[in-house]
Design a protein around this ligand. Structure first.
Ligand SMILES: [Ca+2]
Length: 328
């Protein structure tokens, strides 16, 4: 991944990146479109190279001969499925005048139940009782177990299962437009201070600082801590301290630090500092661990709690969070 920042958005990452799927050893030439074109605005002010996103702990040589910006070849069309910009998942492409889109994560994000069968090269998706079974190389699909000619066959390419966008969305009851929705209302806070980080790219209002990367994917937040003062701050809320005594966090700490701190502020005392509970956590995790912190141990956990801040670990490296909840 080649992660960038801009003058209008100076934090590295958070969707501002180019993905390169390396398909050979030795030098090869790879071209990538920005992961989220809506973030490609202003002036680029920095690049950060991450040679391997998912096997961060593997070691080996990695060489780069050149990095070149090619500019935009053609105007980009943005596609919105049920009002959500979908160019962020993988750039849709036009084949013989038909728009194809990478289906797996897009359909998941649209609330579909999705199953990918790799040996069979089939993708099954279901939403609100409507189902569709798609097969690579076969223009016939099964819609609610009935055979349907899509007019064009899905195909598998670079790890993406590409499907005819309009036909598939229409069978699943999803709208497709090339205009952004009129208004984008943030989801209302439903009074439940729980954050699961299960939607790719959606930080649920949390803001990270002191990190090289903060990103939600595969059901978790990845914080790449680069300073000893990495912090992860919640959105604002308002809950009575007496009814919400515990903070539970499920995390995987790949750093060799072992101290997690949970700071908080209240409606009566909005200053960070002095109000926190610490939790000893395991180091160099290979699996997720769940910790529950009794905030009532701190006498200042009272009145209305309005925000928390999680300081993941005082050391450098990857820290992953599956969920955070405040509860009794
Ligand atoms: Ca999660």
């Amino acid at each position: 991944m080649l992660i960038y920042r801009t003058d209008s958005d100076p934090v590295y990452g958070q969707g501002k990146r180019f993905d390169f799927l390396l398909t050979q050893e030795g030098y090869g030439e790879y071209v990538s479109v920005a992961n989220d074109l809506s973030k490609m605005t202003g002036t680029l002010t920095g690049l950060y190279f991450d040679p391997d996103d998912y096997t961060y702990l593997e070691y080996g040589d990695f060489g780069i001969k050149s990095i070149e910006f090619l500019g935009s070849k053609e105007p980009v069309t943005y596609y919105y499925v049920n009002g959500t910009l979908m160019n962020t998942f993988y750039q849709p492409e036009s084949v013989n005048g038909l728009i194809y889109a990478s289906a797996y994560k897009m359909l998941q994000r649209m609330g579909c139940y999705v199953v990918w069968d790799s040996p069979a090269q089939t993708l099954y998706a279901e939403k609100n009782g409507q189902s569709i079974l798609l097969t690579a190389g076969n223009r016939m699909a099964l819609v609610n177990s009935q055979s349907l000619d899509l007019g064009a066959a899905p195909y598998y390419k670079n790890g993406h299962f590409m499907v005819p966008l309009l036909a598939v969305c229409s069978e699943l009851g999803l709208s497709v437009t090339t205009e952004p929705p009129e208004t984008v209302e943030p989801p209302p806070w439903d009074g439940c201070p729980e954050w699961y980080f299960d939607t790719d790219g959606h930080m649920e209002g949390w803001v990270a600082s002191g990190v090289a990367l903060a990103r939600v994917s595969d059901g978790m937040v990845n914080l790449k801590c680069i300073t000893t003062a990495s912090a992860f701050k919640s959105p604002a809320f308002s809950i009575p301290a007496g009814e919400y005594r515990y903070v539970t966090i499920r995390c995987k700490n790949e750093t060799d630090g072992n101290l997690l701190k949970v700071h908080f502020i209240t409606d009566q005392d909005g200053a960070w500092g002095g109000k926190r509970q610490d939790c000893l956590i395991s180091r160099k995790d290979s699996a997720f661990q769940e910790y529950t912190i009794d905030m009532a141990q701190n006498v200042k956990w009272r009145d209305l709690i309005t925000q928390i801040r999680v300081d993941p670990t005082p050391n450098l490296g990857n820290f992953y969070i599956d969920y955070i909840k405040i509860h009794n």
